[in-house]
Write a protein that binds this ligand. Structure first.
Ligand code: MOS
Length: 732
């Protein structure tokens, strides 16, 4: 069915199951260890063997000679895949540009040069250490700062690389208040808990991969291209995914090398990428350099706003287009955004944790704070003054819903903003300096076509099948809630089957589009199932009611399961989208508040409280949504204070490629977190009146912490992460 007029009243609006804080239905499986992740899958036959990836020790150059003799003679070794025996690997892939197997050319550090396959994991790992490689090293470009000036404009998924409205330069020059600052954000790694892992098994010319991939339909397409076989011959199964954050969007070395080795060997091959390889072998978020200029009138109205961003990627890679939030968040008649991308020989940069908005707001929302302070206007009020209800680059395009101002006001009220001392460095508790910071949040909320199948059996159990994934987000649960609401049954009468590419196609998990898109597909399938039930009963009319496990019309009432006594009833459909999502700009909004304490003697920075208020349409499940947002806020804290891949610009690698040295927040870093969802529905966004919310949680967190650090100390650090050394240097 097609969604092209705003959602009217539907069975969802009963809110008997949807909108309730239902605990994750797969939770017991996860906490008891029964949820089988890719690597956990057990094949019936015992011929499963293990692959171990060998990464390149140089970043750029050529393999002159690769000596496999000792490795091949090592105990248990069955096969070693290299460029010499792999055959061609197709490169027509949707997003990823890098070769999964180097040779003879090497394109980046830790690019795979071999997959050693042995009877056991330990044998494969031991043999991998016996491979000897002679390379010639070539010089490469590894330094964004050095390549910045020549970096061309680069279009992104989100649109053209530059936009101009009015006369930015002129308006900025003549503005009575001007801000012109440059911010930098570092390279970051997804650092999900479950490593990239695949079990690949062939049956004739058909391949099955138990794998950890967020987007199964794109994954099977890309795998088909890589292997040169029809997509129909490939099945991906990702029942559970232990975090992805964008890093598992696409097929990478583990999938493709496992499939190639399994084909060559005629036995199923299991590969988990070792943690130390993930940081350089897979994708990461590009560092950015961002210049922001804001011109304002004394009354606080922005008259000019400009945002230029530089990132890097491999040839033809996609940019981290950090100018994105500036295109939508604040009013201002004269505007300019430009997004540049340098080409470097570092590993490929990819989507990560709200790409574009996350680094973009780390700059924009600090610049807004600095401008408010210059103007002598409260930072909450300064943002409210510059609110807009239409896309400021394209005023004929309204937002489907935008309650940004309410997020700011409610957040200020709940956080106790009125107790903030606007004078930096003025609040002390013993040796601790205390400060509060605010940041706005905006993140696009796109929606994509999604299909599902709903099956009713004689016991009244409704089974939903779609290739949607659950990457730890709660997909199983919100889909079960949707089906239960639509069919008028308890949630324990619903079985949800996800993560299998043989099921109807969804867009998968990413870009905070998963929940709204996939539940809309389930909604469409359930409408079809309701029709099938009515048809079976020979009823028609629009007064048929599905409630309490019954189907009713007038005085007639039958048990839902009884309609399937003669055989399963099935409804399948796909939700498609018309002009509505073109006419309106679909975005989610929020406001983040942080309180930090800074040790006046050591410079240690501790976050003490965090609050986020979200305007994100109907919240399908406040419990799983809250988990999403607080998890995102944890990532935002990581971005603010610690996460950083250290680039060795001489040898072209990320030096800290493990979880000991790539620091992410631990429990002791996370303070009291609170999340408020504005009570709203967005009938333009989706049939369930819902939007995404997971990625909204990250975007405003880091700048709110940076702004709180300034308020606590009077020290502005514009170079993330805000580590003690940078703070102390800036403090003088
Ligand atoms: Mo997200 S970076 O779109 O998985």
């Amino acid at each position: 069915m097609r969604f092209d007029v705003p959602a009217g009243v539907s069975p969802i609006d009963r809110l008997k199951v949807v909108g309730r804080p239902v605990a994750r239905i797969e939770g017991p499986l996860k906490v008891s260890g029964l949820a089988a992740y890719a690597y956990d899958h057990r094949l019936a036959d015992a011929h499963l063997v293990h692959g171990y990836i060998v990464g390149s020790a140089i970043a750029k150059g050529r393999i002159d000679h690769i000596d496999l003799a000792d490795a091949e003679a090592a105990p248990g070794v069955l096969f070693i895949l290299t460029h010499r025996n792999a055959g061609p690997i197709g490169m027509e892939r949707s997003v990823i540009r890098s070769k999964v197997l180097a040779g003879p050319e090497i394109d980046h550090y830790h690019q795979a040069i071999a997959l050693v396959v042995a009877e056991t994991f330990e044998q494969a790992r031991a043999a991998a250490a016996l491979i000897r490689v002679d390379h010639s090293r070539k010089t490469g470009d590894f330094d964004l700062v050095a390549e910045k000036s020549g970096a061309p404009l680069a279009p992104s998924f989100r649109g053209p690389p530059e936009a101009a409205v009015g006369d930015f330069e002129g308006a900025f020059r003549s503005a009575p208040f001007q801000l012109d600052e440059t911010f930098t954000t570092p390279d970051q790694s997804h650092a999900m808990l479950e490593p990239h892992a695949t079990i690949a098994a062939w049956e004739g010319d058909k391949l099955t991969c138990w794998t950890s991939v967020q987007l199964l339909d794109i994954g099977t397409s890309d795998m088909a291209s890589a292997l040169g076989i029809p997509k129909e011959n490939i099945r991906f199964i990702s029942h559970y995914i232990g975090g992805g954050f964008g890093g598992k969007g696409f097929v990478l070395a583990d999938n493709i090398l496992a499939a190639l080795a399994a084909r060559a060997l005629g036995r199923p091959v299991k590969v988990a990428m070792q943690r130390a390889l993930i940081f350089n072998n897979t994708t990461h978020r590009s560092a950015t350099i961002q210049r922001i200029r804001i011109g304002a009138q004394p009354d606080g109205k922005i008259v000019a706003i400009g945002h230029e961003s530089w990132c890097y990627n491999v040839h033809n890679g996609w940019p981290e287009s950090a100018t994105q939030p500036t295109k939508v968040l604040y009013a201002g008649a004269n505007r300019m955004t430009r997004s540049h991308m340098a080409r470097l020989d570092l590993p490929e940069a990819g989507h990560m944790r709200a790409p574009c908005e996350t680094p973009g707001m780390m700059a924009l929302e600090c610049a807004m704070d600095e401008m408010a302070i210059k103007l002598g206007i409260d930072p909450v009020e300064f943002r409210i003054l510059n609110d807009t209800q239409v896309n400021p680059e394209n005023p004929s395009r309204p937002f489907s819903q935008r309650r940004f101002v309410e997020c700011l006001r409610q957040g200020a009220d709940r956080f106790g903003w009125s107790r903030r001392n606007a004078q930096p460095g003025a609040v002390r508790e013993g040796r601790w300096l205390i400060g509060m910071g605010v940041a706005g949040a905006v993140r696009a909320a796109p929606i994509f076509p999604s299909a599902a199948r709903a099956r009713l059996d004689r016991n009244g159990i409704v089974t939903i099948e779609t290739d949607m994934t659950d990457i730890g987000t709660g997909s199983y649960t919100v889909i079960a809630q949707t089906a239960a609401e639509m069919m008028g049954i308890d949630i324990d009468r619903v079985v949800v089957r996800l993560g299998d590419s043989s099921f109807p196609v969804s867009p998968g998990s990413g870009g905070q589009f998963g929940a709204a898109s996939s539940t809309a597909g389930v909604y469409a399938a359930c409408l079809k199932l309701r029709e099938a039930v009515a048809r079976h009963l020979g009823w028609n009319g629009d007064d048929i009611e599905f409630a309490d496990g019954l189907v009713r019309q007038g005085w007639q009432s039958v048990d839902l399961g009884s309609t399937a006594l003669a055989g399963e009833l099935i409804g399948g459909d796909r939700m498609d989208y018309g002009e509505l999502s073109q006419t309106y700009d679909l975005q989610t909004f929020g406001a983040n508040f942080s309180e930090v304490a800074v040790d006046s003697l050591t410079g240690e920075i501790r976050v003490r409280r965090m609050l986020m208020v979200c305007s994100a349409g109907r919240i399908l499940n406040p419990k799983t949504a809250r988990s999403q947002v607080i998890g995102s806020m944890v990532m935002g804290l990581g971005a603010a204070l610690m996460e950083q891949l250290a680039v060795d610009t001489r040898f072209g690698l990320f030096v800290n490629h493990d979880l000991a040295s790539y620091e992410v927040p631990v429990h002791a870093d996370i303070p009291h977190q609170e999340v408020i969802f504005l009570d709203e529905v967005d009938p333009i966004a989706s049939p369930l009146k819902a939007k995404g919310v997971g990625e909204l949680g990250i975007v405003g967190t880091a700048p709110s912490i940076a702004n709180a650090l300034y308020n606590a100390t009077g020290v502005r650090v514009r170079d993330y992460p805000l580590t003690v050394d940078k703070y102390l240097r800036a403090a003088g």
